[in-house]
Design a protein around this ligand. Structure first.
Ligand code: ADP
Ligand code: MG
Length: 467
């Protein structure tokens, strides 16, 4: 009966769901057949299955059974009489080591690496940490915008798990140094105590590892591992939003660590209370320690960061050049690094000295974008003018070629030159659907490739808009 029920559910459910939640269930019928017990490997699966699938399971069983429906029970455990076989190793560590050479030369941050539980075999005392060794206090430039956060991080590195500093939560927009500072604490903890077990991971990694631990029935090892650390660094906790079982598991880990005086450091892209889909109890817990905002750096800090990064890359960056870049690239440190990287590439390629002219050349498009805040309005105006139609034609429902094509071009330009989402762009073009915008972008790309005239129009418009 259960086998037939499984086959049926396998047909009905997306295979990922089936494999994750239904396949691990084991079944045992009572001797009189009046009761059917489903065993799940752990509480999370029990809760999840009860919520999402139990009713359907009952219905399917009902349809396949002629007599009285057995009473369905769901609990943690195993129907096997023999102990559960040794679990397969949880997901292997994808442990490429941090690229040396400093963050400037590292295109992607190692945010998603983790030490996998089985890295700890045999109680070895030497811990291979997965921290980026380039992210230290020494390489972190302090300024008004991050001074408080840096001070708090220093404090935690010197006195981990002290009252009032646990958890340490750093929050703020992208590219402002949250991950850097978090690693700096970890690196300092290890420098002071080489045996300290410091584990860094991105919250998405935590979620993925937890799910595979559930699937592989290694959730207990998973728990034990995360509870055995001296410091747990979890990056970008906003990704926990909406993932209830992960939040549940994290909540327990969190409590266990706090009770045992182990340090927790978290980052988030906004103040956690403002993250939708995060449980209230987690939000309030996150606030138990110290929360520090990180702001975009002001001009002087941007200059100092550029000078420091140039020095690390052994490139001479004159002050006026640093100011020139810092005045134009204002959003965050990651963009600043990107700009400097381009300038350096340009220097290496041309063999020239860094001066304003070279920077202008190397950062042409970036500077144009920043200098002139390109808005959808602006694009519509320029496009309408170029094709000699009215702006209203771009917003109207009319579908004649003479207005439909310019409209598509304007949408594609909006996608390319502004940071508006597809729905926002659609909204600005007379309330069109985001799929219409997507279609326009694809169409324009296709036309530009097949039709040199359209490519020329597009380039002309790009130039007008960004010069
Ligand atoms: P976030 O995690 O806030 O998105 P990151 O910590 O990844 O930002 O920082 C982005 C890049 O900018 C990293 O390469 C980091 O080293 C660098 N960075 C950020 N802030 C600073 C700073 N104050 N001093 C030096 N480098 C910084
Ligand atoms: Mg980060």
């Amino acid at each position: 009966l259960w086998q037939r029920c499984l086959t049926r559910l396998e047909d009905e459910l997306p295979s990922q769901q089936y494999n994750m939640w239904i396949r691990p269930l084991q079944v045992a019928a009572s001797a009189d057949g009046a009761e059917l017990t489903l065993f799940a490997p752990n509480r999370f699966v029990v809760d999840w299955v009860r919520d999402k699938y139990l009713e359907r399971i009952g219905e399917v069983l009902g349809e396949m059974q002629t007599g009285a429906l057995p009473h369905l029970r769901l609990e943690v455990g195993s129907s096997r009489t023999v102990p559960v076989a040794p679990a397969p190793a949880p997901q292997a560590a994808n442990s490429s080591t941090a690229a040396p050479g400093g963050p400037l030369l590292t295109p992607e941050l190692p945010e998603s690496r983790t030490v996998a539980p089985q890295g700890e075999v045999g109680g070895a005392r030497k811990h291979r940490s997965n921290l980026n060794t380039g992210f230290t206090f020494a390489t972190f430039v302090e300024g008004k915008s991050n001074r408080m956060a840096a001070a708090a991080a220093q404090q935690v590195a010197e006195n981990p798990a002290s009252h009032g500093y646990n958890p340490l939560l750093l929050y703020g927009g992208v590219g402002l140094g949250k991950t850097h500072l978090m690693h700096a604490v970890g690196n300092e903890l290890i420098r002071r105590n080489p045996n300290a077990k410091v584990v860094y991971l991105h919250s998405e990694r935590f979620v993925a590892d937890m799910i595979s631990a559930l699937r592989n029935k290694t959730i207990n090892e998973f728990k034990r591992f995360y509870r055995s650390v001296d410091a747990l660094l979890i990056d970008d906790i906003q990704f926990f939003a909406g993932k209830e079982q992960s939040q549940e598991e994290f909540f327990h880990t969190f409590n266990a660590l706090l009770e045992n005086g182990q340090q927790i450091i978290l980052t988030c892209d906004k103040f956690p209370k403002e993250v939708d889909g995060l449980e209230e109890r987690l939000k309030s817990r996150f606030g138990w320690g110290l929360s520090q905002p990180m702001e975009p750096p002001e001009l002087e800090t941007r200059v100092a960061i550029l000078k420091k990064k140039a020095e690390e890359a052994k490139v001479d960056l004159p002050n006026d050049a640093a100011f020139f870049i810092a005045q134009r690239i204002r959003s965050n440190v990651r963009e600043l690094e990107g700009a400097l990287r381009r300038v350096i590439a340009h220097v290496r390629f041309t063999g020239a000295q860094i001066d304003i002219g070279l920077i202008k050349e190397a950062l042409k498009d970036l500077i144009a974008l920043q200098a002139r805040q390109i808005s959808i309005d602006n694009i519509q105006r320029v496009v309408a003018e170029y094709y000699k139609i009215k702006i209203n034609d771009l917003l109207s429902p009319r579908r004649t070629r003479s207005v439909a094509r310019p409209r598509q071009v304007a949408m594609a330009l909006s996608k390319e030159l502004t940071s508006h989402s597809l729905p926002e762009i659609g909204e600005n073009f007379g309330g069109r659907d985001h799929t219409t915008v997507l279609h326009a972008c694809r169409k324009v790309l296709e036309l530009r490739e097949s039709n040199p005239e359209i490519e020329e129009d597009y380039q002309n418009l790009l130039r007008t808009l960004t010069s």
